[in-house]
Ligand binder design. Sequence first.
Ligand code: FEO
Length: 161
Amino acid sequence: MEKKLQDAFNEQIKNELYSGYLYLSMSACLDNAGLRGFARWMKAQANEEYSHAMKLYDHMRERGARILLGAIDRPPADFSSALEVFQKTLAHEKQVTAMITDLYNLANSLNDAAASIALQWFVKEQVEEESTASGIVERLSMIKDKTDAMFILDTELGKRE
Ligand code: FEO
């Protein structure tokens, strides 16, 4: 792998780990608010981000590239509502989509077919990530302060493995 692409992969490993760190912080906040189902869903999302980082890590490892792990920033810890949490999740996923697009374009510009193919998985995954977060934002926006509906959604999201 070219050095420039290795650097960009290393940066994205860090970004995926930060996503996991952010979602774990959100999960803790949701738990503190008594929203156990939302918290469980967000904790599963944090674990998924770790698996995204590992996909990039393993691609580099299999190709003998130099893996250099960067420092992960401290995530925000205070959120005023579940709606705010999911609005911020959606905004964050949009940023990740832009990062993945840049990384994919870089791999293509360097004619690195193996990296391009590996990154296609992430391009598709981001469509799903944005769609899921957007769906929950829509439902929370409709629910507003109706506690019954909130309880139903909390139970539903808590079923995530
Ligand atoms: Fe790794 Fe949620 O994108």
